[in-house]
Ligand binder design. Structure first.
Ligand SMILES: Cc1ncc(COP(=O)(O)O)c(C=O)c1O
Length: 372
């Protein structure tokens, strides 16, 4: 029998009925559990395998939702969670921090690219993107450029389901009928998608028109009105778009030239998914602000974060306080698990653990996209 606590739900049939009635599944119609045989009640996971309530075993080929990088069922992570919950589960994110949060932030400053040094914690990827946008806008405000509010995203990219994140996503056409109008001041540029090039060009003779278009956009809008460019180093939702090798250096240069912050969204890419710790590491790319979630905790806790470089943090010194707070940011249990999950692979190497969870070895990441 399943562990159903004191709910009185003692058999599978009762559980299924209750789930169908009382749970609205994400991105699904109401009642989906009853009508769609692909939706399941899962009860157990080990490594890359999961078991449903009927005892069927599945390969969790998508690692949950692209995130269980260290594999399911790691007892040591559960133990770290229990230890921290028994000691101190929560401290107000505005008044205090905790040892697990300090340990995690320090660890992240060691493993994230370049001089990304300071962490702001939250509960997931969308919150990380919201936080990055707010930090970017406030950075400019404190630097005497309050009109720098516009954000440039790229068509086809996904940055989350909350309002700001949805607005900067390049998947807006799908959600516009329900959720438009979106946040104002957002523009979308072409992705570096050579297979379906917006400019009908071929790399390298295109000379990276897609990157230069972002520069032209910034100039046309007036750089003094643009806060940030947000982009995934490898765009997952757009069809795993790996940009040409010189794309990121070019775009990094364009942002620097115009004083525009670059937000690298590593929510899906991060923690080993591309064979390096972060996708940015393939190109030596350092965003001014970097978002992360998913593989950060490998799904053992709902946690996300933003890493910032020192020049971004410098804007928030003295009386310039961050105008942003999330009750659960830096949750002690979440940070304890996450810190523990960072250590899972012995030498604290997420990429190795993420690949060994599926028994596969990382293949070399292609430098340029394949047209096949
Ligand atoms: C690149 C990227 N950013 C942000 C998000 C939003 O993350 P979450 O669903 O944890 O809010 C996602 C989710 O898939 C994502 O792929």
């Amino acid at each position: 029998m399943n562990d159903t606590g004191d709910t009185g739900l003692s058999n599978e049939a009762a559980l299924k009925e209750a789930a169908n009635k009382h749970i609205l599944m994400h991105a699904s119609p109401y009642g989906a559990l009853g009508s769609d045989s692909a939706k399941r009640i899962l009860v157990e996971g080990k490594g890359c395998m999961v078991t449903d309530i009927d005892g069927n075993e599945f390969i969790d080929a998508l690692a949950g939702l692209w995130l269980v990088n260290v594999g399911h069922g790691r007892a040591e992570i559960g133990a770290a969670m229990a230890r921290q919950a028994g000691k101190l589960a929560y401290a107000s994110s505005t008044q205090a921090t905790t040892i697990p949060a300090i340990q995690l932030a320090t660890r992240l400053s060691e493993i994230t690219p370049g001089d990304l040094t300071t962490a702001f914690f939250c509960s997931g990827g969308s919150e990380a993107v919201e936080s990055a946008i707010k930090i970017a806008r406030q950075y400019h405000y404190f630097n005497g450029a309050p009109k720098r509010t516009k954000i440039i995203g790229r068509r086809g990219s996904y940055h989350g389901g909350t309002f700001g994140a949805m607005s900067v996503s390049g998947t807006r056409p799908q959600s516009e009928p329900f959720h438009g109008p979106f946040m104002p001041g957002v523009l979308h540029a072409s992705p570096p998608y050579c297979y379906r090039c917006d400019f009908r060009q071929t790399y390298p003779s295109c000379d990276l028109l897609c990157a230069d278009q972002i520069g032209q956009m910034i100039e046309y809008e007036n750089p003094q009105t643009v806060a940030a460019v947000i982009a995934e180093p490898v765009s997952a939702s757009n069809g795993i778009v790996v940009p040409p090798d010189d794309y990121w250096p070019r775009l990094r240069g364009i942002c620097d030239q115009h004083g525009v912050l670059l937000i690298t969204d590593e929510v899906i890419n991060g923690f080993g998914r591309t064979g390096k710790m972060f996708a940015c590491d393939h190109w030596g790319l350092v965003g001014d602000i970097m978002t992360m979630a998913k593989g950060l905790s490998s799904g053992y806790a709902p946690v996300g974060g933003v890493m910032c470089r020192p020049h971004v943090m410098a804007a928030f010194e003295g009386d310039n306080k961050l105008s942003h707070l999330l009750t659960y940011g830096g949750h002690a249990v979440a940070c304890a698990i996450t810190h523990r999950s960072a250590m899972c692979a012995g030498s604290a190497c997420w990429p190795e653990s993420s690949w060994s969870a599926t028994g596969k070895r990382a293949r070399k990441f292609p430098a340029t996209p394949s047209n096949t």
